[in-house]
Design a protein around this ligand. Structure first.
Ligand code: NI
Length: 184
């Protein structure tokens, strides 16, 4: 088990666009394992590679934290047998439908939460670490995490989805996070 430090808002790596995974190396497998360990340790429901400083297109989701009714569809060998965690390599969002507004947070923004509007249904296609296709479609919290983590691979953060008014409201707390992050 290896927990890696989580990069906090203000770290420029969170704004980079991640590059596609071209092959599964031993280092990539280790990264995926460490991301799962890091997510569990931080009690998160998802974690994207840039959040531990690696700008590759991969994220992990804590499926054990999702209620069964949030799963609308799933396919692929890595989703057989109800795994607790899922590793998605080179994910693509292939469907977004409806709308939901709810509290959202991010492990890169400790103790900061705000209401974010997201699609209510999200479908993602990806591969697993063995290059086998996987697909997952979810609603509610599962849809929210699938698209939130995808955003990280584009350098997009949840605060980018806030209204100007809310952003202004949180401005001082964001400034403080940024200052603390750059002081490290
Ligand atoms: Ni996040």
């Amino acid at each position: 088990m290896a927990v890696r430090p989580i990069r906090i808002y203000g770290d420029p790596v969170l704004r980079e666009k991640a590059r596609p995974v071209e092959e599964t190396t031993a280092a990539l497998r280790r990264l995926a394992e460490d991301m799962v360990d890091t997510m569990i340790e931080a009690e998160g429901i998802g974690l994207a590679a840039p959040q531990v400083g690696e700008t590759v297109r991969m994220y992990v989701v804590n499926l054990a934290a999702m209620r069964p009714e949030l799963f609308l569809d799933r396919g692929g060998p890595s989703l057989e047998g109800d795994p607790d965690h899922l590793v998605l390599v080179n994910p693509r969002v292939v469907k977004q439908e409806g709308e939901q507004t709810g509290e959202e947070g991010c492990l890169s923004f400790p103790e900061l939460y705000d209401k974010v509007t997201r699609p209510d249904v999200v479908r993602v296609e990806a591969t697993d670490l063995d290059g086998r296709p996987l697909e997952i479609e979810g609603c509610g919290l599962l849809a929210r995490v699938l698209i939130h983590e995808f955003d990280h691979l584009e350098g997009v953060l949840f605060i980018d989805h806030l209204s100007k008014f809310r952003f202004q409201f949180l401005r001082n707390r964001l400034k403080k996070l940024k200052a603390d992050s750059q002081a490290d």
